[in-house]
Design a protein around this ligand. Sequence first.
Ligand SMILES: Nc1ncnc2c1ncn2[C@@H]1O[C@H](COP(=O)(O)OP(=O)(O)OP(=O)(O)O)[C@@H](O)[C@H]1O
Length: 553
Amino acid sequence: MNALIPSRLFVFAGESFSFQKLPRVYRSTWFHSGVFSLSKAELNQGPLTLASLGFKSEFQNTSKSKVNKVTELDSPRDIPKSRVKIVRNNEKKVVGVRNMVEAEMAPFSAKLFSELGLPALLIERLEIEGFTVPTDIQSASIPTILKNHDVVIQSYTGSGKTLAYILPILSEIGPFKNTASNYNDEPGKKKEIEAVIVAPSRELGMQIVREFEKILGPANRKVVQQLVGGANRTRQEEALKKNKPAIVVGTPGRIAEISASGRLHTHGCSFLILDEVDELLSFNFREDMHRILEHVGRRSGANSQGSENAQARRVERQLVMVSATMPFSVVRAAKSWGCDPLLVKANKVAPLDSVPLMGPVNLRGPSSGPTSNTTSQNQTAIDTLPPSLKHYYCTSRLHHKVDMLRRCVHALDAKFVMVFMNHTKQLRDVVFKLKARGMNAAELHGDLGKLARSTTLKSFKNGEIRVLVTNELAARGLDIAECDLVVNLDLPTDSIHYAHRAGRTGRLGRMGTVVSICEEPEVFVVKKLQKQLGVPILACDFIEGKLVDKEKS
Ligand SMILES: Nc1ncnc2c1ncn2[C@@H]1O[C@H](COP(=O)(O)OP(=O)(O)OP(=O)(O)O)[C@@H](O)[C@H]1O
């Protein structure tokens, strides 16, 4: 890493500093900025070390035995990241910052990847792909997972949770791993799957596979395979047989189906990752999830005595659950499926019990539910919504909503717009009307075939479609870096759905706007959302091509 740092002197208050001598927090900021200024008081802050999180001495231990001792590991950091400028780097790829010159409150960590206990080969790959500095949640998660804890990772949308679990997996599985041999490398041993990643939609599953492939590089793509629904199952089974991947990523239905057919051997699996876990807990996935939990590795702490016991032949699995929102159901599931799970947040690693909870709140009901406590609400909002988002609402009659939407898109000069609705038929009507008025729009929902879904998403990512009208299918996990506007043309059913929809914009510290267009009698719902999420949702209008903040005027 240091080889990439130019020797450069910074002058401050008449004194010069070499880059290498600067505290790491500033070095990482420099990576993203090229603009460097700091006060003398800031310079006196010492660099942050892994020891300050209590991790350092335990990296040597790579065994799969559980570390049951649970200690609260508070990061002492309180680093101002007021404005981080991101510029293109001509020599290396800079990931995820296309079309963005400036990122407000980017969630980048004060540490470097090399401080997190990752293998050198993996760090090299990250640098080649332009991942130079971990995000806060990656800094907290990676060492914790490498220490073999079962964890629940909770951090706001677009903060880099995917790499937070991909990197520890690739530290132990595949071409960059720490140890020279493992379970599957023993001669004569049948190759088995070592990690299973479950995601609730095919789009998200495919996105996770692409993130793995990016790090693995073209030569090692076959280490990972997707098992998503909607695709040809026979072909997936043949690929499993031929390529013998170590990692599979898929949707619950398809993984359970292939597992039940006997063509997916997951008893030797050491990682089970449940991405968007609160969605995976929904009733629709219940049976498939049950099968997965029963057949992927062995639950840590489960009885493994006696050679006749089938459990004994299984590898102890490490469970990682991930979501931006964490309703009580996730806590309950983590406690019952995991072993002393820790909750990992951007600035804190703590036992799961010590966490204030966010419940899905029925917005139309009289009670404000489990998040009515203001302190926990504010905490929740900070945790689930990117801080760089601006939230507005405006009122419109039902049949004028599409016109309001057009005015909103024009006023904000938005280029990548995601519009969320609750019903497919109305969604189609809106696309029809937008197209009729000359706006480049397309629909994305579960009733479309897999090819149409993939093509539409690709066209939107490429900028060929300006307005993507969609439903909850696209609300979770989809990473479209340039998305600059989210519009709720129908209000979401609860604050959790609001958070996931809103999180499609403002990714990785970028600016983003969320506008909810509602009818006058629905304004009370917006007010409830505002209270539950702890963020201001300002009344606005779109007049003469401009957004007018009604609360200012
Ligand atoms: N350390 C990093 N440096 C640069 N880019 C990163 C880094 N970590 C992640 N990214 C990029 O940030 C984007 C958002 O990451 P990711 O999709 O993992 O967020 P998330 O927290 O899982 O969001 P969601 O809650 O919506 O699923 C991705 O494009 C990813 O490649």
